[in-house]
Design a protein around this ligand. Structure first.
Ligand code: TXA
Ligand code: MG
Length: 308
């Protein structure tokens, strides 16, 4: 069984990490599965627990940007972005320093490192209590939806016996961090996420090259998904946004009755998973405005449909 602990017991979790074990904990975006990023054997456990392809590198969490600078070269763009957005839900892909001690297995033998500085107080506290960075992918089985609560982590990783999960309630943001690749001539967005391109442009004046789509499967669901739904049948599940259209569905949830995109993002993964567990024939999702974090919600819906 999983040991779900309260955040007052962080020392217990930190001892596990120091002993080379894995701990799942909340970040401001989604729950992560963390382990010592310097240790090959620990990192291998992360890949195994998640059933993640070894070619898919793990992001590395640091307590602050200064600490990350031990492992990566910091370019001017990185400095600018860090000043405006870190700690927070913006992950930076940077060139690895030759003397970095980060496990090469964690980085899939690449010469880059995905640097994440989470702002969540529990993640921050853990990182400040250890003297090594953590490899922290989302705490779900590979291809599945990212968990936004301790309960969802436990359901997702139910096969793993010896896992400690820190219950820090529901994640505020609910969608993964935005990933910016600063290793090439032009900055690129590798993954749309919690921070929109528009917000980065407004704060840093930075524009990005065309988005390259990741090669790995994500957000695989049991049920068929219909996007931009304007009707739903009795046997369907309806995931509404704002005022719902008349429906007679047995299963119904609303992402945000008031039409608030941030509220919708925070509810999105958990509601989708809840409806996926019902006996509905398909899940009909109402149209989500393609702006701000709505862009990232729509990106996840598109991927769930593509991988269905
Ligand atoms: O919000 C988040 O970023 C969450 C929370 C837990 O921090 N983490 C998360 O991790 O979403 P994960 O592993 O599910 O997604 C990280 C993405 C993966 O798509 C991976 O391919 C990419 O980052 N990535 C990591 N290291 C990379 C590298 N060196 N080069 C290119 N992509 C990399
Ligand atoms: Mg993930």
């Amino acid at each position: 069984m999983h040991e779900i602990i309260k955040p007052i017991n962080l020392k217990f979790a930190v001892e596990k990490l120091i002993a080379g074990e894995l701990v799942a904990f909340p970040t401001e975006t989604v729950y992560g599965l963390g382990g010592n990023a310097f240790e090959n054997s620990v990192v291998e456990k992360i890949f195994a627990y998640k059933n993640r392809p070894k070619k898919n590198p793990l992001p590395i969490c640091y307590k602050d940007f200064e600490t990350a600078a031990c492992d990566v070269f910091i370019c001017e763009s990185a400095k600018k972005l860090a000043e405006k957005f870190l700690p927070g839900p913006l992950t930076l892909l940077l060139k690895r320093k030759p003397d970095s001690k980060i496990s090469e297995i964690a980085c899939a033998e690449l010469e880059t490192i995905c640097v994440r500085i989470p702002s969540h107080p529990i993640a921050q506290k853990i990182l400040s209590m250890i003297d090594f960075p953590l490899a922290v992918p989302s705490a779900n089985k590979s291809t599945k939806i990212s968990p936004t609560s301790a309960q969802l982590v436990s359901e997702n990783l139910y096969e793993i016996n010896d896992l400690t999960i820190i219950d820090g309630g529901q994640c505020n943001i609910g969608i993964e961090s935005t990933i910016v690749d600063l290793t090439g001539e032009q900055p690129k967005i590798l993954r749309q996420g919690a921070i929109s391109e528009q917000e980065i442009f407004e704060k840093c004046g930075m524009r990005f090259e065309k988005i390259s789509s990741p090669a790995f499967k994500h957000y695989v669901m049991q049920k068929k998904i219909v996007a931009n739904a304007t009707k739903a049948e009795k046997n369907d599940a309806l995931l509404a946004f704002g005022k719902p259209f008349d429906n007679c569905c047995r299963h119904f949830l609303n992402l945000s009755e008031s039409g608030d995109l941030n509220e919708a993002a925070a509810n999105f993964f958990s509601m989708l998973q809840e409806l996926d567990k019902t006996d509905a024939e398909k899940i009909c999702i109402m149209s989500i405005p393609n702006m701000e974090i709505g862009i990232s919600i729509n990106d996840r819906i598109k991927k769930a449909i593509e991988n269905n």
